[in-house]
Ligand binder design. Structure first.
Ligand code: E4P
Length: 222
């Protein structure tokens, strides 16, 4: 399973990249808003420049999201985003307009990520429209007492049934158990916040074992 980091924070991306386990990055407008220091002066040009900086840090797909509800505008924004770098993947919402944009962009050879996916039918539509990736949001489903990982299982099964090539990105990951379940289900990718990536390495028995090994290592002199 590939690991993407779910952030627009350059320092977090650098740190995750230094671990040697990073395959790509996903962003969305809310993640972009978090890194903006002066909202009054942040322009579209600044946004595009930020996406370019992310592409320079990671050699893998970087999802950048459109910021409009209109299909024609999504197509225009998508082409602009794709022109930044070969690794840019254009994120479009799973709406009727989003589907039109995904179809248009995929026909132009631009990779797309269908986002805000909450049902198997939306995932089928994304694949039929030619999306390169589909992003079911597991944490937001869990938040409303609906099992997010069950949706991932359904999408993986449906895509397998028909040999659909769209890759499944488990999104809205909140904790390490989401990552384990993604891998068990056979999702292609989990996009994970930096804090959760760090949590993956933790185990109290590792800490306890290491403490004892370090104490006993004192026997080795020189
Ligand atoms: C990534 O593609 C999604 O936009 C992101 O995982 C959403 O996460 P959230 O539900 O924690 O905002």
């Amino acid at each position: 399973m590939k690991f993407f980091i779910d952030t627009a924070n350059l320092e977090e991306i650098r740190l995750a990249e230094s671990l040697g386990v990073l395959d790509g990055v996903t962003t969305n407008p809310s993640l972009i808003a978090k890194i903006v220091e002066d909202p009054a002066s942040f322009t579209r040009r600044d946004f595009l420049a930020h996406i370019e900086r992310i592409c320079q840090l990671v050699d893998g797909p970087v999802s950048a999201e459109v910021t409009t509800l209109d299909a024609e505008e999504m197509m225009r924004e998508g082409e602009e985003l794709a022109a930044i770098h070969k690794n840019v993947v254009v994120k479009c919402p799973l709406t009727i307009d989003g589907l039109k944009a995904i179809r248009h962009l995929s026909e132009k050879g631009i990779r797309t990520n269908a986002t805000l996916v909450f049902s198997p039918n939306q995932a089928i539509l994304a694949a039929k429209a030619g999306a390169s990736y589909v992003s079911p949001f597991v944490g937001r489903l869990d938040d409303i007492s609906t099992e997010g990982m069950a949706l991932v299982g359904q999408i993986v099964e449906i895509y397998d049934n028909y040999g659909l090539m769209t890759e499944v990105i488990v999104a809205s990951v909140r904790h390490p158990q989401h990552v384990v379940e993604s891998a068990l289900i056979g999702a292609d990718i989990a996009t994970i916040p930096y804090g959760v990536i760090r949590q993956l390495a933790n185990h109290p028995l590792t800490d306890a074992g290491l403490k004892k090994f370090m104490e006993d290592a004192a026997v080795i002199k020189g």
